[in-house]
Design a protein around this ligand. Structure first.
Ligand code: CIR
Length: 257
């Protein structure tokens, strides 16, 4: 959880043309940019050095940059996004990651993977099998993780109607405590893990992210915010309304390492 850098990508003017199931209306572009700026400032407040990439008009979902790579100590894994409209995004990040990481790996066909399905929990990784990440992608990532001394297990979320990616419904905070939505909290995969469970109404809040001493979380979830404060975490609250309309959240707007 100790990060020094983050990579973000500005949303393009056609951000509203990206994929979504949310039915919450169309995002307002100037508010989208404003929220992105606040997000970047929050990362800097957490002590991160930021690389802010320019918008990619060919890829309206490309601001959700977390989906194109999984960053590990000394190794970047380029994913193979499960949505065909997003697959070209990986070529736009490869040069930068090959400069920054001594080892570069890539998920190969027929494997698919979105970074939003990968949840780091200390030396263990939960890999969501979703409508974006398949078993073969998970198998390839688990092999790379194993070579670095990490363990991995899969969590099939294809029947979880409320979430697009695993990390839409789970976060791992400092100390190995999981934040879980109610439907995931009952799953055998998480038995034995300390946890905070959101209410149904606050499920979107589960997509929070620990960045050094702070937990970035979306605004509008007072109960979760209080639970985190009571447990000694330091929530940094950000308005994510426009990203939520596009099925996105806090974790997906940056790659952290
Ligand atoms: C998509 O459907 O791919 C984007 N509209 C949202 C991606 C959000 N990414 C994430 O949660 N990791």
């Amino acid at each position: 959880m100790n990060f020094q850098h983050a990579i973000t990508r500005l949303p393009g003017s056609n951000f509203a043309e990206g994929l979504t199931t949310a039915q919450m209306g169309s995002p307002d572009y100037s508010l989208t940019l404003h929220q992105h700026q606040a997000y970047c400032q929050a990362l800097q407040q957490c002590g991160l050095q930021l690389t802010e990439l320019g918008p990619l008009e060919d890829y309206p979902d490309s601001t959700f940059i977390e989906d194109v790579a999984v960053l590990l100590p000394g190794c970047a894994v380029i994913t193979r996004p499960g949505a065909s409209s997003r697959q070209g995004e990986i070529e736009q990040i490869r040069p930068l990651l090959s400069e920054r990481f001594p080892r570069l790996e890539a998920i190969q066909a027929p494997g698919t993977m979105d970074g939003g399905d990968i949840c780091e929990a200390g030396s263990h990784f939960f890999i969501g099998i979703s409508h974006r990440t398949n078993e073969e992608g998970a198998r390839q990532l688990a092999a790379i993780l194993g070579s670095l001394g990490f363990t991995a297990s899969t969590v099939d979320i294809r029947q979880e109607r409320e979430i697009l990616h695993l990390k839409s419904g789970i976060a791992c905070l400092e100390g190995g405590r999981l934040v879980l939505i109610p439907s995931l909290s009952g799953r055998a995969e998480f038995v034995g893990w300390p946890r905070v469970v959101t209410t149904e109404e606050e499920a979107y809040g589960a997509n929070c992210v620990q960045v050094n001493d702070f937990v970035l979380m979306a605004s509008g979830f007072p109960r979760l915010q209080k639970d985190l404060l009571d447990l000694g975490y330091h929530p940094l609250v950000l308005d994510m309304s426009e990203y939520r309309k596009m099925d996105g959240g806090l974790s997906c707007l940056s790659l952290r390492y």
